[in-house]
Design a protein around this ligand. Structure first.
Ligand code: NAG
Ligand code: NAG
Length: 308
């Protein structure tokens, strides 16, 4: 019964913001020890690789990967940052809460990105709550609803236009838009306008890596601020309007937060966190999957033979 839903681990997603897992570890010793990854301090004292990292982080990391492999430590403005690029190692790293403390960096990111403070929240209690709602028959029901929503969104697109009329969109935005809207309607049991929420969400999501790094320009910071406000409003309207039926996961989550001492304002902000953690990976993951299939005929063939 190991249905681990994508958003099972809020912090795993938070750490994966830029698609890599970056762990900040402070080393007492400045030389590489026997059991440590390659250490690259860069030429500049204290600053290390800060300039190159700030200019183009992706390019810098690609260069380091070439030089050192999947796991290495670099010095960036006095901090020693260990970068893990091998996806197969993520689980065991994230799982090792004995040697690594993710809580303080998680809380910092929550505050910077979502303006959210959840000081007393116990990760174990949160996990227990999630397991109650996102496993077994409740999870199966969510999957069914998700499938129905994807179908009705796709059919809606077709019925809305004449058969001769082609619509053009990029593969990425097609995947993201479809999965996001279906996910939003499913998770938030919304009847509201998923398109509006989607547009706003993409603005926020696109600037999120810069927001996490603290490198937003002034007008970008304005965009983030207004999108965040707007999403709080849109999200909480749907969230708090759950009236009938058995206790939904949203209501249960709010009750859980309340019991953990989280006030009304922070509960509203937590709805955006939930929206983001549940929806930020699905569209991109489907895009990469489709892109792989479309560029690897042998994989597509294997898939087709399974469907036939
Ligand atoms: C995570 O750690 C627990 C014990 O702390 C262990 O039972 C489990 O197998 C580990 N999972 C992974 C993916 O390493
Ligand atoms: C965005 O909000 C933050 C925090 O409330 C604030 O410090 C910053 O000045 C705002 N940015 C702009 C451009 O208004």
């Amino acid at each position: 019964n190991r249905h681990i839903f994508i958003f099972n681990m809020i912090w795993a997603a938070l750490l994966g913001i830029t698609g890599i897992l970056t762990l900040v570890l402070l080393f007492f010793s400045r030389t590489r020890q026997e059991n440590e990854p390659p250490l690259d301090k860069g030429a500049l004292p204290w600053l290390g690789h800060a300039l190159e990292f700030g200019r183009d982080a992706a390019k810098f990391l690609a260069r380091m990967k070439e030089k050192h492999g999947d796991v290495f430590t670099v010095r960036v403005a006095g901090q020693y940052v260990t970068v893990v690029l091998d996806a197969n190692s993520f689980d065991s790293v994230v799982n090792d809460t004995v040697s690594l403390d993710f809580i303080s960096s998680k809380n910092q990111l929550l505050e910077r990105i979502f303006h959210l403070k959840l000081p007393g929240l116990q990760p174990a209690a949160e996990r227990e709550w999630m397991e109650r709602y996102f496993q077994g028959c409740r999870f199966a029901k969510l999957c069914q609803t998700m499938k129905a929503n994807i179908e009705s969104l796709l059919l809606g697109e077709v019925q809305g236009s004449s058969a001769w009329e082609w619509k053009q969109d990029s593969l990425f935005s097609f995947c993201y838009s479809l999965l996001f809207r279906a996910g939003y309607l499913t998770m938030f049991e919304s009847t509201g306008n998923a398109n509006v929420v989607y547009e706003e969400f993409r603005k926020f999501d696109q600037l999120l890596p810069k927001l996490a790094q603290g490198s937003l320009k002034k007008e970008e910071s304005q965009t983030v601020n207004s999108s965040r406000e707007r999403l709080w409003k849109l999200g909480s309207a749907d969230w708090l309007s759950q009236g009938s039926g058995p206790l939904s996961w949203q209501q249960s989550y709010l009750r859980f937060l309340h019991e953990e001492g989280v006030g009304a304002e922070m509960q509203k902000r937590a709805s955006l966190l939930q929206l983001w953690t549940t929806q930020c990976n699905n569209g991109p993951a489907v895009f990469w999957l489709l892109a792989f299939l479309l560029t690897h005929p042998e994989a597509m063939e294997a898939l087709k033979s399974e469907i036939r």
